[in-house]
Write a protein that binds this ligand. Structure first.
Ligand SMILES: Cc1cc2nc3c(=O)[nH]c(=O)nc-3n(C[C@H](O)[C@H](O)[C@H](O)COP(=O)(O)OP(=O)(O)OC[C@H]3O[C@@H](n4cnc5c(N)ncnc54)[C@H](O)[C@@H]3O)c2cc1C
Length: 142
């Protein structure tokens, strides 16, 4: 089998990328995920978030290095290990950055990162329950 694109990791970014690329039926895309399917009940229940985090079936739970500033303590770095990646085990909180933060970055020299620059992308990514308007999107994938 041959593919035009091979994407490693079916997390938030990999799935969006695969979906965008495969919308062209002439392009063959292979999406590879190391974790299991996302069929577990705990992945469908927001209240079961800690079940997923405390288990190792859907969480890589990478051990951090000893932190000098924490008296050598090692922190656990939770990352999703299943279709959907970390978005399958995350808190489902969706908050845009504040307009003034983006404006601050633009004024500091980050051309293209002003709020007016990024707003079309925020709108494009979402389907807002309350309907599309000047700030919200109506037919995006999230
Ligand atoms: C516990 C937790 C709570 C969070 N809460 C929120 C929240 O409420 N709101 C929010 O906006 N964000 C939240 N986040 C962050 C958000 O989920 C992540 O930033 C986002 O999902 C990262 O997307 P990604 O595509 O970069 O990586 P991931 O979604 O982590 O995807 C990486 C994928 O690659 C796979 N993979 C890794 N190595 C290999 C390999 N060698 N071969 C094949 N596949 C591999 C992994 O299994 C995984 O599926 C949270 C994250 C965590 C961990």
């Amino acid at each position: 089998m041959t593919f035009d694109y091979i994407i490693v990791g079916a997390g938030s970014a990999g799935c969006v990328l695969a979906n965008r690329l495969s919308s062209d039926s002439g392009i063959r895309v292979l999406l590879i995920e190391a974790g299991p399917e996302d069929k577990a009940l705990s992945l469908k229940m927001p209240a079961a978030m800690l079940t997923n985090l405390n288990g190792r079936t859907h969480n890589w739970a990478y051990p951090g290095d000893p932190e000098p500033g924490l008296d050598g303590r090692q922190l656990r770095h939770d990352r999703g290990k299943t279709l959907g990646g970390s978005s399958s085990i995350n808190g489902m909180v969706f908050i845009r950055g504040h307009e003034l933060d983006f404006e601050g970055w633009r004024q500091s020299g980050c051309e293209g990162w002003g709020y007016a620059d990024v707003l079309p992308y925020f709108k494009r990514m979402e389907t807002y329950d309350g309907g599309a308007d000047a700030y919200r999107g109506g037919d995006g994938p999230l």
